[in-house]
Design a protein around this ligand. Structure first.
Ligand code: ADP
Length: 737
């Protein structure tokens, strides 16, 4: 038989109902012996109890309570037990002697007598109460027994929604909760009385059937005997200064309540009350709920003691006696607060920098820093009441109750400030724009940009390096190609020069020998053959000379050999040499030279004549009828030079405009058909262009197909001191060839 109050249900013991575990089904097993003593049931293990031993006891009812909380304790001479009463069973009365049948079970804390049935067989005095210590009660050895305890009533109340008195009894070694059946009021003077109580010892246990408290079930107030009365009016005593609490005062017995008078500095939800008088501050633990606000003047009666190494008034009651102003908070230096625990439980104010803020649904935590010290300020209010404008890194001032947090031997480790309302937080200075967070963000951004820039520079550098390497490689390839081209050109030029030179000598011999042969023979046929040989050899010699000149030009070895010469002579010679050819074709070949070119100048007569012969030769070659006219005049002159301008006009086929430039390049001709028709190599104009360039002039052509061509060129000639050429003076200014 067992009292079954799970601790989790104890809180609502006063409530309407309790939920019990379902009993383990069982029934008497055939062959099991009938247990006839309460002690036999009690000695069963759990596995034995659930086997369902039949039970038949003759016991006295020590406690019975039906609705809403079913409790039934019984006892015989050997022991005691708890009977799971349920509605439908008859109600028992303490002092009844009953014949009790049932089966053993263990539904929760201890072996029970399940499926109880009983008949009342008479009345009996309650068994002698065994005087027990708290340790015996807390060890379960006297569980369900009718016992006697002595102690000081620390508090008494009839909780809301309950009909029974409940006491907190301080006994040596611990606390016992006492439930007094049928007592709906708190008797005057009971609190703070030293009493002796008889009742059934019950257990407060957890859902896992672990004992966590002791409860005494007292069937009536008659079972409580006052040994030493408390004061009938607890507030009648004289108030003591708060600083005198917990000072040395040996009495040998639990101390009675003391009274203090002060002003409320803080009132938090639940049991926490802080008051202060002229001498100090203290923490008050109370179950009373009458409203109080800071500034209320109160009288508090409670048991002086300590908790967490701080003085406290426990199990206190209070009454408001008026209004006063809240005492001014003590300023504290956070870095020195731990040195002096006189601020513990006092109203204080402290300043610091807000380093972090945590807003929870019903709590706000501010982490603050000042000097080298960090501390927290905690407000228990709804998040809706939170000041939104509180920024991190602000400098703020907080006001509230300082609570020291001490280690296991009472040495202060840290402190916190319990804030009473959002008004306890005052912003002294908002953070500068440069908050730590912003500074870190910007630093991060700068680092990121620097990183990206470096990465970009690295990529660019690599690209430039690879492109430079590529360019260098290509340059080297080009240089190598150029070198090999130059070498090849050099070789070619040298070969051509050598070859031309080597061939020219025998060619001259052939021409000379042919002339001798022609002189030595008179036969017409032979004369004709030899004339052909001479013409072919001369043509070959011209070609060789051209190739030799070109190779000299390409090798950069072509040089002028100036001599004193009259330009009119050169023009005259050139036309004279081609006169026969022109005459044979029926072409009129003439020249005009202005008189100022009759004087001698410094010029290379060979190369000048070569250019003129080439141009006049081409004119005669390509012109079928009409005339070829050679003109020479001074274009401009300065102190040292004369720029002579020459024109060779013909009435030939003309040259298309798109060919007028390319014919001055080596081996280029205006039209392949003219080549076949007129022969030639395409070297004459190219060589002429180079020679004219060497003479400081330029060469060009004006032509229209079908209308003839005019080849122009200029040459810069050096002036000589001597005046006119003597021979030239005898010639007409305008002479026909
Ligand atoms: P070649 O006369 O041996 O072919 P040139 O360099 O002297 O080489 O002349 C190049 C080309 O220019 C000729 O083949 C010809 O097509 C054209 N040319 C030169 N002079 C004349 C001209 N007076 N009339 C028409 N075409 C000409």
């Amino acid at each position: 038989m067992e009292r079954r109050v799970p601790a989790i249900a104890f809180c609502c013991l006063i409530g309407v109902s309790l939920v019990f575990a379902q009993p383990v089904p069982n029934s008497p097993r055939p062959g099991l012996p009938v247990l006839t003593e309460a002690a036999q049931v009690r000695r069963l293990t759990r596995s034995e109890a659930i086997r369902g031993y039949p039970v038949h006891l003759k016991v006295v009812v020590t406690y019975f309570e039906g609705n809403p909380i079913p409790e039934m304790f019984v006892q015989d001479s050997t022991g005691s037990g708890w009977v799971p009463w349920s509605p439908g069973l008859p109600k028992a009365v303490p002092g009844q002697l009953i014949d009790l049948w049932g089966v053993t079970a263990q539904t929760d804390f201890a072996p029970d007598i399940d499926k109880p049935r009983w008949t009342v067989i008479g009345q009996a005095p309650l068994p002698p109460a065994k005087r027990v210590t708290f340790e015996e009660m807390a060890s379960t050895t006297v569980d369900a027994r009718w016992v006697e305890v002595e102690g000081l009533v620390r508090s008494a109340e009839v909780p809301p929604n309950d009909c029974c008195l409940r006491l907190n009894l301080e006994v040596p070694g611990g606390r016992v909760v006492v439930r007094v059946l049928g007592q709906p009021t708190v008797p005057a003077g009971l609190v703070d009385s030293y009493v002796r109580i008889h009742g059934a010892c019950g257990a407060i246990f957890t859902a896992k059937n672990q004992l966590v408290g002791v409860m005494l079930y007292v069937p009536s107030i008659q079972e409580i005997k006052t040994i030493e009365s408390g004061p009938p009016d607890p507030f009648a005593a004289a108030a003591r200064p708060i600083e005198a609490l917990q000072r040395f005062a040996f009495t040998g017995r639990p101390t009675h309540r003391v009274k203090v008078s002060g002003v409320v500095t803080a009132r938090f939800q639940g049991r926490d009350l802080y008051i202060a008088d002229q001498t100090g501050s203290t923490y008050v633990e109370t179950n009373q709920t009458a409203p109080l606000v800071p500034g209320d003047r109160v009288e508090v009666v409670g048991f002086a003691g300590f908790v967490d190494y701080r003085p406290i008034l426990k199990d206190a009651i209070y009454r408001r006696t008026g209004a006063a102003s809240v005492p001014p908070p003590n300023p504290v230096q956070p870095d020195k607060a731990l040195d002096d625990d006189s601020h513990d439980a006092a109203l204080v104010t402290a300043e610091g920098q807000l380093t972090a803020r945590v807003v929870l649904p019903s709590e706000e935590v501010l982490i603050m820093k000042q000097g080298g010290a960090s501390f927290s300020a905690i407000g228990q209010w709804k998040s809706a009441e939170v000041k939104q404008a509180l920024l991190e890194d602000s400098r703020i001032r907080v006001t509230g109750i300082l609570v020291m947090e001490k280690d296991g031997v009472g040495v202060p480790q840290s402190f916190k400030i319990r804030l009473r309302s959002p008004a306890d937080v005052v912003v002294l200075q908002n953070p500068s724009w440069w908050t730590r967070g912003r500074a870190l963000s910007i630093l991060g951004l700068v680092a990121l940009i620097a990183f990206l820039t470096s990465a970009w520079v690295l990529v660019l550098r690599r690209r430039v390096r690879s492109q430079t390497a590529e360019l260098r490689r290509k340059n080297e390839e080009l240089a190598a190609a150029l070198k090999s081209t130059q070498e090849a050109t050099q070789l070619k030029s040298e070969f051509l020069a050598n070859m031309s030179h080597e061939v020219r000598t025998p060619m001259n011999a052939i021409i000379g020998m042919t002339a001798l042969a022609m002189d030595a023979t008179s036969r017409d046929e032979q004369q004709e053959y030899l004339a052909d040989v001479t013409a072919s050899a001369e043509s070959l010699l011209t070609l060789l000379n051209d190739i030799l000149d070109l190779s000299k030009i390409e090798a950069g070895r072509m040089e002028l050999n100036p001599a004193s010469v009259a330009l009119v002579d050169i023009v005259k010679d050139s036309t004279h040499l081609l006169r026969n050819a022109a005459t044979q074709k029926g072409i009129d070949l003439r020249y005009t030279v202005t008189p100022d070119l009759f004087r001698t100048v410094a010029a290379d007569p060979v190369r000048l004549r070569q250019v003129l012969l080439n141009l006049v030769g081409n004119a005669v070659k390509f012109t079928e009828r009409g005339a070829v006219m050679v003109e020479a005049a001074v274009d401009s002159e300065d102190a040292a030079t004369i720029c002579a301008k020459f024109a060779v006009r013909d009435t030939g086929p003309g040259i298309p405009e798109d060919k007028q430039k390319i014919i001055f390049e080596a081996f280029r001709q205006a039209d392949g058909s003219t080549t076949r028709k007129y022969g030639g190599t395409g070297l004459g104009l190219a060589i002429s262009a180079h020679l004219v360039e060497l003479m400081g002039g330029r060469i060009w052509v004006e032509s229209r197909p079908g209308k003839g061509s005019t080849f122009w060129f200029t040459a810069r000639l050096g002036k000589l001191d001597s005046g006119l050429h003597p021979a030239s003076e005898k010639l007409p200014a305008n002479a026909g060839a």
